[in-house]
Design a protein around this ligand. Structure first.
Ligand code: GLC
Length: 732
């Protein structure tokens, strides 16, 4: 439709029809002609469904086509529905969780994964995905760190923009493209206590400096939607926060498309204590500029009366309805309400070999090798290896938001190893994934846990370990112990798995742990017992083959931590780009009494942001600068020579960090400003150079102006955020 035709359509709509476009209903509540489940409790009626302009979580070419056809036939102006779903790390072909994708330090892999997810989802009738999640995360207690790409705003921004490009491409009407919905705006990743949905307290400066940049990158990449976050900011729930949504998001950040609430977040203004009823909640949200009410009755039940009583200007309804119609128009839904849905394409695309290969490549690049003493890895092809642990046979290796796949699509570690010829007698489960008797209350599904004879399983595992040269322990947290509503106060492995580790270590010291997790975990119990630790996160459909290839050296791990592994949970929240404080300490916490430290544990994490090993080693020269003064508009170059000092080829992610030594406000001890992957043969060297410009030195100064200030800076170039390989320069 042309803009003029769309304006004409808007002018012809009744008030009920316009409000209907602002309502998104979750997967079709109707079963047998009556409302069931939560919708029934919310008082949703069939009439509400008749005009609701969007559905959530309805996928599949056949179902979408049927519903679209019925809806348009019954709609007074035959406006098409817009279908949205959570395609977070793949649709049917599941990629590693976003936290793992961040570890690749390769936005191009995230873009490829999003591109593939879009192709598959579009064939199944999806128009919009609720991704990328660009929330900065610093607290591994929060279950949703698995959906973020980590603790660094620069890396998160690159990843979020890459995902938007992957989903949307250059032309939304191009076949196999879907619209991206950035979330959760804003600051959702900083809940107090790491407890999901909890209060967020961020100063305006910290919000702008640390939390907004990744959202801005997604907006600059053209994301078509933004979703509000559940949390309060400065005691105002985001979904009612006019300052955050109209002044910041639309005013300062330039977002001018559809803003949707999170699930029920309009209605939740009542338990937040800022709305007394559905009517007040609806008024607060529409005034804040929330265009669509996801899965709540507030807009559909209250907005009409609020307009008729003069409490809400109809102009606000028109503004929001226009944005929704314009998005439907950019998606081409008026010309083709069925867009790319196609049973044939579904059959051809979902889980196709090309997509599986890309998922495996992404998984292989996301693994992080934290430890590899005595070169425990890679395994020798003729070594007698025992593969033990609850994850040896688990299909639950696709992240908590992998809700449109079949879990059995995932290739288990045992299957992948058996395909390489590892005999069946080399495997043992060892222990249950969680304590016997524990039940897993899933977010999207429930999980009957396999019944095993724990004592016998342990005995069998110990016997196998005793008769083997090496042991690979496949351990990890249950998938449903990560994700939404899955915050945890303890982030160590379950006791039953630690008992297995201890029992195996008694009979065989050559242990490699393959760790499946959705968050950084407390690994202290593993440190002294495992010679090697390979973090594989939740690796997705092709996790098994990717792990097998990595264990046997067909490929070498090259991932670098997108989020630090803390020494223990008590250190949280933590992040490498912290402030110095007035009493920084740098040494042994027993030596200096008066400094910012703990008496009973170190400040530093167990493994810092950016850390990761591979099957070779690298040496760095000192940092060379092309000049020690940088002028505004000028550029200097910082470079190092990196040498592969081992006997295998390997890939290093060289990282550039800058520190502003004196600012009108306190500045972080360092900030990531660039990275480069280099692959080197044994003995080979490469010069890696980074351009440094004045723009990279800007920050929100004492007056909240985004500027750089003259003075001294340190340049760090090294393998991770703890590197002290540095030089200094001045901005003049
Ligand atoms: C959930 C999540 C959000 C998701 C939405 C729709 O509660 O917070 O990330 O996109 O509801 O499922």
């Amino acid at each position: 439709m042309t803009t003029q035709e769309l304006r004409q359509l808007l002018s012809e709509l009744s008030l009920e029809e316009k409000i209907g476009q602002l309502v998104q209903m979750p997967a079709y509540f109707q079963s047998g002609g009556h409302i069931t489940g939560p919708a029934g409790e919310m008082g949703i009626t069939n009439d509400d469904l008749r005009l609701a302009g969007s559905y959530l979580s309805i996928v599949g070419a056949a179902d979408v086509e049927k519903l679209q056809r019925e809806y348009m036939a019954n709609h007074p102006h035959h406006i098409p529905l817009i279908f949205m779903a959570d395609i977070i790390n793949g649709y049917r072909t599941v990629f590693p969780i976003p936290l793992a994708q961040g570890c690749t330090f390769q936005p191009e892999l995230a873009e490829e994964g999003a591109r593939i997810a879009a192709k598959e989802a579009a064939a199944s009738g999806v128009h919009v995905t609720f991704s990328p999640m660009a929330d900065l995360v610093r607290d591994a207690r929060w279950g949703r760190v698995m959906e973020s790409t980590g603790e660094d705003k620069y890396l998160n921004g690159l990843m979020a923009a890459a995902m938007v490009r992957g989903y949307q491409g250059a032309d939304l009407k191009e076949k196999g493209r879907i619209a991206a919905c950035l979330k959760h705006f804003a600051g959702y990743g900083a809940p107090e206590g790491g407890r999901d949905y909890n209060t967020v307290e961020l100063s305006p400066r910290t919000l702008r400096e640390d939390y907004l940049p990744a959202y801005q990158a997604a907006i600059d990449a053209g994301c078509e939607m933004v979703m509000t976050s559940f949390n309060t900011l400065d005691r105002v729930p985001s979904t009612a926060n006019r300052w955050l949504m109209r002044d910041i998001l639309r005013g300062e950040m330039g977002f001018d498309s559809v803003l949707i609430s999170d699930w029920g977040a309009v209605m939740e203004l009542i338990p937040h204590g800022v709305a007394a009823d559905f009517a007040q909640a609806a008024e607060l949200a529409i005034r804040a500029g929330v265009d669509m009410d996801m899965s709540s009755p507030c807009y559909t039940h209250e907005l009409k009366r609020l307009v008729e009583e003069g409490k809400v200007p109809e102009a606000l309804i028109d503004e929001s309805c226009w944005r929704v119609l314009a998005l439907k128009n950019r998606l081409g839904l008026f010309e083709n309400p069925f867009r790319d849905l196609s049973r044939d394409d579904e059959a051809a695309l979902l889980l196709c070999a090309e997509h599986r290969a890309a998922a495996q490549r992404c998984a292989e690049n996301s693994f992080v090798l934290l430890k590899n003493d005595d070169q425990a890895l890679p395994l020798a092809s003729d070594a007698k290896v025992a593969f033990i642990g609850p994850y040896v046979d688990s299909h639950l290796t696709s992240g908590a938001w992998s809700i449109f796949c079949d879990d059995t699509d995932a290739i288990t570690l045992r299957t992948a190893l058996r395909q390489r010829g590892v005999p069946d007698e080399r495997f043992a489960v060892g222990c249950p994934i969680v304590a016997p008797g524990e039940t897993i209350l899933g977010f999207q599904k429930d999980y009957p846990l396999p019944e095993i004879d724990a004592e016998q399983a342990l005995a069998d595992a110990v016997a196998l370990a005793k008769s083997s040269d090496q042991v690979v322990l496949a351990l990890g947290e249950h998938r449903e112990h990560t994700g939404e509503s899955a915050s945890r106060g303890q982030i160590a492995l379950p006791d039953c798995q630690l008992r297995l580790l201890d029992a195996v270590a008694e009979v065989n010291p050559n242990i490699t742990v393959v760790l499946y997790c959705g968050r950084p975990m407390d690994l202290r119990a593993l440190q002294d017992k495992a010679k090697a630790i390979l973090v594989v996160w939740m690796p997705g459909t092709e996790g098994g083959p990717a792990i097998a290839r990595t264990l046997y050296g067909d490929c070498a791990p090259s991932g670098r931590l997108s989020m630090a592994f803390p020494w223990c949970v008590a250190q949280l929240p933590m992040h490498y780009d912290q402030l110095s404080t007035g009493r920084p300490y740098h040494g042994d916490h027993r030596a200096i009494r008066i400094s910012s430290k703990y008496l009973d544990m170190p400040n530093r994490p167990l493994y810092p942001f950016g850390f990761g090993l591979t099957y070779t080693t690298f040496a760095y020269s000192g940092v060379a600068l092309s000049a020690d003064k940088l002028t505004r508009g000028g550029e200097i170059t910082a470079s190092v020579r990196v040498t592969n000092t081992g006997d295998r080829p390997g890939t290093e992610t060289v990282q550039l960090y800058l520190r502003d030594l004196v600012g009108s406000v306190a500045r972080p001890v360092r900030e990531l400003k660039g990275f480069r992957r280099v692959t080197l043969r044994p003995g080979e060297s490469a010069d890696v150079a980074f351009a440094i410009t004045e723009e990279q030195l800007r920050f929100y100064d004492i007056n909240m102006d985004f500027v750089s200030e003259p003075g001294g800076f340190e340049v760090f170039i090294g393998p991770d955020s703890a590197s002290e390989n540095k030089a200094t320069f001045r901005l003049v």
